[in-house]
Ligand binder design. Structure first.
Ligand SMILES: Nc1ncnc2c1ncn2[C@@H]1O[C@H](COP(=O)(O)OP(=O)(O)O)[C@@H](O)[C@H]1O
Ligand SMILES: [Mg+2]
Length: 252
């Protein structure tokens, strides 16, 4: 049931640019794994490779027994992968609740036709979905915004909508690309606690961050990427005292 994501010797070149070089990583279920590194280190590229948005140059990616590097992005998302983007992608005209329902839609079993016909199975499902959506809104402290258009929300709240939408699909693996960028410490901490509680319920979480201080508070295990290579890994304590990490962050 609880599967790990494994990256094995992953390489990615963009023409002459080496964005990933021999990357080995493991993102297990039930843990928040951090991926940090300076701008341009290759963090977003790794998420694009994991989700099948970009093809690998070489290497392999597995989720449990499934080799995912040969699958399409759509097939990969059906394995239970969800992500948020560094630049928010929401349906701006839609309300917060409608944006959330898109996330739930991914795992609905009743057909669109049975929904149209209002058959009991789909009515029951719709009721349940709505209830779960309200639960998520509560968890993210967003209930009061349910019927607001997403475009009218402050930046931090739009980010929460994106996260709720990703969580709504009940992913086995959730990847968050700089989810708290631009937020203050209090907001970031609140979200961090939500990420931890989701992982405690069994979700595997890959948290990408630029800000070292935040990840060290939230993650149990960290990878540090620089110039497409993993230059350090370990517990937050091990990583922040590693001279190679200090050098990468101070630009030496
Ligand atoms: N689609 C792309 N085409 C060409 N180069 C890219 C592409 N995506 C990323 N890169 C390059 O790969 C490197 C890593 O970028 P990225 O993964 O966005 O880093 P990070 O998310 O750590 O800031 C950068 O040099 C970037 O310019
Ligand atoms: Mg990035």
């Amino acid at each position: 049931m609880s599967k790990s994501l494994i990256l094995d010797s992953v390489c990615k070149n963009f023409g002459g640019v080496v964005a990933a070089q021999d990357v080995h990583m493991e993102v297990p279920a039930g843990r928040v794994t951090g991926l940090i590194g300076p701008n341009g280190a290759g963090k977003t590229t790794l998420v694009n490779l994991i989700t099948g948005m970009l093809p690998l140059t070489s290497g392999s990616i597995r989720f449990g027994d499934d080799e995912t590097s040969d699958l399409s992005a759509h097939e990969i998302s059906r394995l239970g992968f969800a992500r948020t983007f560094q630049n928010i992608r929401l349906l701006k005209e839609a309300t917060v609740l409608e944006n959330l329902l898109i996330g739930f839609h991914q795992r609905e079993t009743s057909s669109f036709l049975s929904c149209l016909l209002g058959l009991p199975s789909s009515m029951e499902e719709t009721r349940r979905t709505k209830q779960e959506a309200m639960g998520l809104l509560q968890r993210f402290d967003m209930t009061r915004f349910a019927d607001f258009p997403a475009s009218g929300l402050a930046y931090g709240h739009q980010r929460r909508v994106e996260m709720m939408r990703a969580v709504a699909s009940q992913p086995a693996l959730l990847m968050l690309d700089e989810p708290v960028a631009g937020m203050n410490d209090v907001e970031a901490q609140e979200l961090g606690e939500i990420f931890k509680s989701l992982s405690q319920q069994g979700m595997g979480i890959l948290l990408i961050e630029h800000n070292i201080r935040f990840v060290t508070q939230i993650c149990e295990y960290l990878y540090v990427l620089d110039g497409g290579r993993i230059i350090a890994q370990g517990t937050p304590q091990e990583v922040v005292t590693n001279p190679a990490v200090i050098a990468a962050y101070l630009g030496n």
